[in-house]
Design a protein around this ligand. Structure first.
Ligand code: FAD
Length: 395
């Protein structure tokens, strides 16, 4: 029987190993992960785990029963495709098929590496270091008003910390959402008691304070950096694998890479979307759940359909449940449902009269209905769509 080696024991790696067994693969499956912990889910790290409301978030998977060989605390260092061998910090591992699922790593603020009191939030270890910081109610400076920054600020406010969020752009989520959609979110910071400073950059970090580029000093018992993540693919450099502009693995529409018998899935890889006619690099949980099924089906030789998901993610911030589905880059019209000043509202993006993306705040039903309409590509009536009292329906 063939041997599949999965590198990276996060959501995408674990789901790949599980999907192989679910789809009847009887060969060897080895799951190699650099972190020493039992594989765990990341979204709770900025939510329940951070606040100590949950001890951990280990996946409920019986690896032994599934015949998945788990090798934790082992780091991949290189790949020699001509030998079909993976190099690790504890020696080489032969493979017939290899799956790269090493996810992403957070970007550090330049100059902040190793500075005491500066934190990132990606791993269970990070969350466990941050828990006592919250419990001690330090003054906290969050750098970056993105998804992670907003969720961390939410948790820190809930823990009773004074929170200042420093954002270089003119608004939160500037990289993810158009200005008019992010605008109502700006008020969420202040409403929760956090201070949001836009057009602000960190000049330097001193003991107990962050100095901004306008010269002002913000007290900081701790600094949390949430300025983005980049694909964790350093171990693949030199293997000959094709990498993209963000150093992500360039996968095809079956999540195959440029190397024979090597697949890539989850946060570490981009893939061409036929649906959106664009290459997508998705850093969200649902992609790490869906992609592995395509990878497993390919390995088994089932010739599955191309991987062409409607991307989905959620965020829990400032007491709100925010959900996004689709991809709005090519939209030509925007329709609002509900008052963006209010507690619940939805933005719909259309292209040639069809729904291509939707963001729902506290309207999970819109999300569920919208997802189906995006998938089916049904024509919409913008006037009916704008009536938030009617369910989302095709024209
Ligand atoms: P990862 O989860 O990053 O797993 C990759 C694993 O590979 C890691 O354990 C890493 O240690 C290991 N690895 C890396 N390099 C090597 C190597 N060389 N050798 C061996 N192992 C290696 N998404 C949402 O949609 N909604 C949310 O609310 C949400 N909340 C989040 C909150 C936080 C704090 C974080 C960090 C992410 C959140 N996400 C959320 C994003 C989501 O968690 C990721 O998209 C998902 O974890 C991606 O899974 P992955 O397996 O591709 O990568």
């Amino acid at each position: 029987a063939r041997r599949v080696v999965v590198v990276g024991a996060g959501m995408a790696g674990v789901q790949t190993a599980v999907a192989l067994r679910e789809q009847g693969f009887t060969g060897g499956v080895t799951l190699i992960g650099a972190e020493p912990h039992q594989p765990y889910d990341r979204p709770p790290l900025s939510k329940a785990v951070l606040l100590g409301k949950a001890e951990g978030s280990a996946f409920d998977v019986d690896f032994e029963a599934l015949g998945i060989e788990l090798q934790l605390g082992r780091e991949a260092l290189g790949l020699r495709p001509e030998d079909h061998e993976l190099d690790t910090d504890s020696g080489p591992v032969p493979y017939d098929v290899l799956v790269a699922a090493t996810g992403a790593e957070p970007i550090q603020l330049p100059g902040a590496e190793g500075v005491p009191g500066v934190h990132l939030l990606r791993t269970l270890d990070d969350a466990e270091r941050l828990r006592p910081v919250l419990a001690q109610q330090h003054d906290i400076v969050v750098v970056g008003a993105g998804w992670i920054g907003a969720e961390f600020a939410t948790a820190a406010r809930e823990a009773g910390c004074a929170v200042t969020v420093v954002e270089a752009a003119d608004r939160p989520l500037a990289g993810a959402l158009p200005a008019e959609v992010a605008a109502p979110m700006t008020a969420w910071y202040g409403d929760s008691g956090a201070r949001l400073l836009t057009h602000a950059r960190v000049e330097r970090i001193e003991p107990g304070a962050v100095v901004l580029d306008n010269g002002s000093r913000v007290p900081a018992g701790a600094v949390v950096v949430g300025i983005g993540a980049r694909p964790a693919t350093a171990w693949l450099v030199g293997s000959g694998i094709a990498l993209g502009a963000h150093q992500e693995v360039l996968a095809d529409n079956h999540l195959r890479t440029s190397l024979p018998d090597v697949y890539a899935v989850g946060d570490c890889a981009s893939f061409p979307s036929g649906r959106y006619e664009a290459r997508l690099l998705v850093h969200h949980w649902d992609n790490a759940l869906q992609g592995p099924r395509t990878v497993a089906a390919n390995i088994i030789g089932e010739a599955p359909a191309a991987y062409d998901p409607v991307p989905y993610f959620w965020s829990e911030q400032f007491g709100r449940f925010v959900q996004y589905v689709g991809h709005h880059a090519t939209a030509d019209a925007t329709v609002w449902r509900g008052d963006p000043e209010g507690a619940a509202w939805t933005v719909c993006w259309l292209r040639e009269g069809r729904l291509v993306a939707l963001l729902a705040v506290g309207r999970p039903r819109d999300l569920a209905q919208g997802r189906k309409l995006i998938e089916s590509g049904a024509p919409m009536n913008p006037e009916l769509l704008a009536d938030a009292s009617r369910p989302l329906k095709a024209a």
